[in-house]
Design a protein around this ligand. Sequence first.
Ligand code: NDP
Ligand code: 8X3
Length: 253
Amino acid sequence: MTKTVFITGASSGIGQACAEVLAKEGYNLLLCARRLNRLDELKEKLSSAYPDIKIHTFELDVRDSEQVQNQIDGLPQEWKKIHVLINNAGLSQGLDPIQDGDIGDWDRMIDTNVKGLLYVSKAVIPLMETENGAHIVNLGSIAGKEVYPNGNVYCATKHAVDALTKAMRIDLLSRGIKVSSIDPGMVETEFSQVRFHGDKERAKNVYAGVQPLTGTDIAETILFVITRPAHVNINDLLIMPTAQATGTIVNRK
Ligand code: NDP
Ligand code: 8X3
């Protein structure tokens, strides 16, 4: 049976890599993000490489609770059975001490990383196909396990994701829905460009002298997590570049 995976934030980085890795494995894909043009380009590429799978793309801003509910309620009937939800959409904005933080940045992080994950989960859970194994994978972070200087609000949102993963596992236990968290350290994506509001030079420096993880490393890890036998769940998986010991201790050459 072909399984359907719903990926938020599939227009870039880890989400896009998940789409690529899972398409190759034969999963049908529901892909959403705000940049629909990117999703459609990805759909075209994957559909021609893997003609046996089905892909449906749609625009979604996870911060808009009404839009989330309407878009998911309005999915074509054939897309209303979901086996795996990857709550990946997320971002960091700014890296400043709390006293200098920008309220707009704080709102965007909390609204996307915490409230967006909740809105999407609430809308998707009723569509989850539990008979053949249902699974929610949340993108946490090393920032959800420790707090580093100037990471304040981003770290708080990822600690919230950690708490929500644990809470979802308890609440969804009787429905047989597995819940896992993947918590990466440094992954080179558009993440740092977004964090530094488009400053490409500053973003590049984050990865200077170090081999960071790639989106594909994380996507392959997620594939491993969602393909364990029915009686096995990986609750939480912290994955770091070899050169990174903690959020801030990095061995640069
Ligand atoms: P990218 O910036 O490359 O990708 C982020 C994705 O999230 C994009 O597809 C973006 O799509 C989507 N997104 C952002 N805001 C919204 C929104 N309001 N509604 C819908 N989609 C949204 O970063 P990553 O791939 O690195 O990040 C993916 C996840 O991984 C995030 O949750 C991040 O916190 C987490 N993470 C990243 C790490 C890293 O070092 N890169 C490490 C640990 C965790 P669009 O702009 O088109 O809406
Ligand atoms: C992204 C990794 O170390 O920038 O979650 O917080 S980090």
